[in-house]
Design a binder for this molecule. Structure first.
Ligand code: SF4
Length: 331
């Protein structure tokens, strides 16, 4: 049962959230650490320990609060209340940053992070959008900390700017009744169920994600649908056709009117290959030398002609199955 043990910075226990986590997980082993960024005994683990390490929870204080300008659905990527995640997607972008230490870390100083977001929102002439979920999955984190519920209501009261985050989880009930005042943009990330089964271990099933998106739209949140990342296995045309058929059948009319679509192709890397080959030797091999090319330091992306073919195919599917839903970008 997650978490199997908790590594914590002792100072974190002087914060409200630190205290409540200590109470919530009183029956688990708590192991003091100097810094959430460098837990020696975990860093030295072998790659094959990856799955077991994902069962750990790290509790710390976030020290870096640098906003990174962005130009997709937000103005800034904001380091927020967690990084890492207890699920295991074989392509997870966080592995590039944290390597095998991409377990869930939660940060107890949420007031400090929120203060900076609100101050930046209020100093700007334009209404800014802050991406708060680029380092973790906040719907999943919320089951541990309840931070997202607090975040939605606290930010909405300010009345300026927008928050946005993506998720692959269906545990949206805690945010449904909240006073969000239209200030939160929820983005559900989906993939064909066959990809979820083979590649996105521990995330919610497609059917539940679609139902969660419907609930959020029913509660009048602004919302989007992320088709991400596109994973081109041997059956990709069949898989993505089924995905859009299911979306057409199961998204409500209200949801279809409210959402926009983002499409992101998978990026893979040497680091992913090294970890996945050792930790999950029987899993599907996501590196495909016929379809991929090396781009940047140790990264693989799909070749231009492969992407173009897939993009045209997906655009056709969207016109046919979700007519009128705008595509914000394809990357
Ligand atoms: S749910 Fe998101 S953060 Fe968690 S492993 Fe998958 S891609 Fe990474």
């Amino acid at each position: 049962m997650f978490p199997d043990k908790i590594y914590y910075e002792p100072n974190a226990l002087s914060y409200e959230l630190g205290k409540s986590l200590k109470e919530k997980y009183a029956d688990k082993p708590w192991i003091p650490i100097q810094s959430h960024n460098n837990i020696d005994e975990l860093r030295k683990n072998q790659n094959k320990e990856f799955s077991r390490m994902k069962q750990h929870l790290i509790v710390g204080i976030r020290k870096t609060h640098k906003f990174v300008p962005n130009c997709k659905v937000s103005d800034y990527l904001v380091p927020f209340t967690s990084s890492g995640c207890s699920a295991i997607c074989l392509y997870c972008y966080l592995v590039c940053n944290y390597n095998k230490c991409s377990y869930l870390r939660v940060f107890v100083n949420r007031e400090q992070m929120m203060h900076k977001i609100i101050k930046t929102a209020n100093l700007s002439e334009n209404e800014l959008t802050f991406e708060i979920g680029s380092n973790s999955d906040l719907i999943l984190e919320n089951t541990v900390t309840d931070n997202l519920s607090w975040t939605v209501e606290t930010f909405a009261k300010n009345g300026r700017g927008f928050l946005t985050f993506p998720t692959k989880f269906d545990m949206v009930d805690p945010i449904i009744p909240l006073e969000h005042k239209g200030r939160v943009i929820f983005r559900m990330s989906v993939n064909p169920q066959r990809i979820i089964n083979r590649v996105e271990f521990g995330t919610s099933p497609l059917k539940n994600r679609i139902a969660a998106l419907n609930k959020v739209c029913e509660a009048d949140y602004k919302a989007g649908l992320l088709i991400a990342p596109i994973v081109l296995t041997e059956n990709w045309k069949e898989d993505y056709t089924k995905l859009f058929e299911q979306l057409a059948d199961e998204l409500t009319e209200k949801t279809k009117k409210q959402i926009f679509i983002e499409i992101i192709f998978m990026t893979y890397s040497y680091i992913h290959r090294a970890i996945n080959n050792e930790a999950f030797p029987k899993a599907v091999e996501l590196y495909d030398k016929e379809k991929m090319t090396v781009r940047g330091r140790g990264k693989y992306t799909y070749k231009t002609n492969v992407r173009e073919e897939c993009e045209a195919f997906l655009r056709g599917l969207i016109v046919a199955k979700l007519p009128g839903v705008p595509i914000l970008y394809v990357v």
